[in-house]
Design a protein around this ligand. Structure first.
Ligand SMILES: *[C@@H]1O[C@H](CO)[C@@H](O)[C@H](O)[C@H]1NC(C)=O
Length: 134
């Protein structure tokens, strides 16, 4: 390989490594507390997380109807979303919701119950999220 080719390959690798995470607009989570050591069922959790706001499965891309709180439950798995600002309305896209859950799992472990604050999931402010067995 020519030097220029090597340089080009290296620079493309660097561009890919650094641009991908920036483009995704990661949902940020804070106050993550891991509330159990026992992971919940993966499939049941994936169903439960799509039950928030009366259902966000399929082509629905965000929480519908601006609720003041909501739960998503399947079997013994429940997600609860409550705005941090009292009386605020939940307005979170499916993408940000799923990113926030992933970010909390990155801290606690896959499917480990948690409580956390997701940035900007409501009209005025953030939302508190609980993921638990019921
Ligand atoms: C809800 O969020 C969307 C962006 O995802 C925004 O366009 C819309 O204005 C928000 N609704 C309210 C009532 O703030």
């Amino acid at each position: 390989m020519q030097f220029a080719t090597i340089l080009y390959t290296l620079s493309m690798l660097l561009v890919c490594a650094f641009s991908a995470p920036l483009e995704r607009r990661q949902e940020t989570v804070s106050n993550v507390k891991c509330t159990s050591k026992t992971p919940l069922d993966f499939h049941t959790s994936n169903v439960a997380l799509l039950q928030i706001c009366g259902g966000i499965a399929g082509s629905i891309q965000k929480c519908q109807g601006l609720p003041t709180s909501t739960t998503g439950q399947s079997g013994n798995v429940r997600f609860t979303i409550t705005p941090v600002v009292e009386g605020d309305q939940i307005n979170i896209s499916k993408g940000r919701w799923e990113q926030g859950i992933k970010a909390a799992f990155a801290v606690c472990g896959q499917n480990i119950p948690f409580t956390a604050t997701f940035t900007g999931g409501a009209v005025k402010g953030d939302v508190n999220v609980v993921y638990e067995a019921v």
